[in-house]
Design a protein around this ligand. Sequence first.
Ligand code: NAI
Ligand code: MG
Length: 494
Amino acid sequence: MNIAAQAPHPFLDGKPKKLLIDGKWSDAITGTTFPSISPVDGSTLADIAQGGVRDINLAVSAARKAFEGPWSKTKPFERQAMLLRLAELVERDFHDLATLDTLDMGAPISFTSGRKTRAVGLLRYFASAVMMINGDTTGNSLPGDFFTYTLKEPVGVVGAIIPWNTPVTAAIWKLGPVIATGCTIVLKPAEEASLSSLRLAELAMEAGIPPGVVNVVTGPGDTAGAALAAHTDVDKIAFTGSHFTGQKIVQASARNLKRLTLELGGKSPHIVFADANLDEAAQGAAMGVFVNSGQVCAAGTRLFVERKIYAEFIERVADLGRKLPVGHPLDPSTQIGPLASSAQLERVTSYLDLGASEGARPIMGGARLTEGDFAKGYFVPPTLFADVKDNMRIAQEEIFGPVLSAMPFEGMEELVERANSSIFGLGCGVWTRDVTKAHTVARAVRAGNVWVNNYGAMDVQMPFGGYKMSGYGRESGRESLEAYLQTKAVYLRF
Ligand code: NAI
Ligand code: MG
């Protein structure tokens, strides 16, 4: 696992990283820190302020004060200009942001730096969305003369809790609509990958976003995150992460009936019909789950292949998987880096053992890499289990690793029922040249996103989100903006 000596990252200057509250960088009130750990070798990259309940309280007060201050009077033009400036700064520094994520959570640099267009595009999308925030004038049948109209107003203080799998874009997903709508934010990044959120917050300040509008409190989920979810002066929680934590957030939010958007996990079916372009489908099936080592909420983890091509097709996918270079995530040729954390390594390897004991047949991968330098890191190679049964736990539970479960199918009716036999409903891929089959699956599957003859495409103008236990609410697209707004009905008698 060779990697040429890297210049030290400018953000990793040896100083502990601080919280951003009310435009000022401060230590946690307790003075404690926690380490950012490199998944390549377990070394410490930086110490980060360990925010807790009291830091969350301060950050929420700052966000409330900012919301009720001049921020709520800013003109759309001003918020648009701030978002465009931030987009420019993110574009300027994207390589640094991507490198921080790669160092922090191990995604290959080819993957993190490849998200530049999306990251900058999201900010520019929300910059233009500022100009689309309009109420309606409505007709009415009231006696007398009434003028009736609606106003769109920002929901208020937003608590954003994000995961570690695509850190910088996850933060931008929340930050963009907050600024566009005139809300304020307390962002709680994941413990495993907080660095890029802190750097992004510096850029937000450089872009001229006023103090208190963007606050970042790093720290553990069960203290800092839980305090934010329960805080009665927070109006909305925008959460991305596991459905277990999503459920806790729903409960915590009940105290003041916060608005919620939850972008949770999945166990997405990826369907290949015999009439598909099989070269492209094999590539899609492999990368639909192996990209970012499967640490993707919409990963296509259940591969349904029409029986007459099943044996040959899964061999093709396995062949592609075996060729994916596993290595140091900073090496530009690496396609599979380490998993994000030791906890994730433990979790994924426990599913590898479980799959084997449930009777699935691993045709590649199947065990952690322990040779040479790999021993110090959290490396798991692409794994394909063949002949998986629908009711096996590896076919039902979100593994969040490079693990694909393959199963043959016969006809459409059986396929749709099996594709839908999951508690989740985030994504679904289908490969076919038959437009009827494509439409039938697209209509019948209970999932928020359907990809036909591709897997995982995402566009800033399209809403992204889940059915069933994959959550509710949509991110990006017009729907996402609505979730940061509320509607006031005004009756004016004249
Ligand atoms: P998690 O859902 O617990 O963590 C996501 C965020 O929630 C982090 O910022 C964390 O600090 C915060 N959090 C944790 N407990 C909280 C609480 N009680 N109240 C408020 N915030 C809290 O996910 P975790 O533990 O990092 O990963 C475990 C599994 O979850 C993964 O193996 C994967 O299956 C799934 N996951 C799914 C994601 C997705 O995008 N669908 C993202 C991350 C994890
Ligand atoms: Mg880390």
